[in-house]
Design a protein. Structure first.
Length: 170
């Protein structure tokens, strides 16, 4: 079946991405849950802030695809655990920058090697040139996806779907 999904699939790119993401995410985030007691979304906050300290919840939402309300709950829990702290922007009281605490940074450094190992295992069969090309092409796809809407065009929904979708937005 994998052969069919790779070569006879009308949506081969989506299959490949989903397959790779599952082989990476399931292993890594399950391990974080077992060893650190953090959910995937909580660890995404940790990882995001380790890469770009001073980010805001909206930045993490845009770069991860998680909804802001779920991120808000994750950030609150991470604050209670002493892994993340918020600082208000003195020029804009509504703006809150997020930072890893010393403990949050230590957790990131402790867990990062597992994520790096899994990625290395997955990319092991590629040459340096292939790795650079793949990275460049996937970055272009990510940037192309950023402005896409969060749902399909309305013609793909039945009239009852459209009514229930309108109610959800209100």
């Amino acid at each position: 079946m994998t052969e069919a999904k790779l070569w006879r699939n009308p949506c081969p790119f989506a299959f490949r991405l989903n397959y790779l993401a599952l082989r990476y995410n399931s292993v890594c985030y399950d391990w974080v849950q077992q060893t650190e007691g953090l959910s995937r979304i909580e660890y995404v906050v940790i990882y995001s802030l380790a890469l770009c300290e001073g980010g805001q919840a909206r930045d993490i939402a845009q770069s991860s695809g998680f909804p802001k309300n779920s991120l808000s709950r994750a950030i609150s829990r991470l604050e209670k655990l002493g892994l993340v702290t918020r600082r208000r922007d003195p020029n804009d009281g509504r703006s809150q920058a997020l930072y890893l605490t010393k403990e949050g940074g230590a957790l990131f450094r402790r867990t990062l090697p597992a994520f790096e190992l899994r990625e290395k295992e997955m990319l092991n069969g590629l040459s340096e040139d292939e790795l650079r090309s793949l990275s460049h092409l996937l970055a272009k796809v990510v940037l192309n996806c950023a402005p896409l809407p969060g749902e399909l065009p309305s013609e793909f929904y039945s009239s009852s779907d459209k009514r229930s979708r309108k109610g959800k937005r209100a």
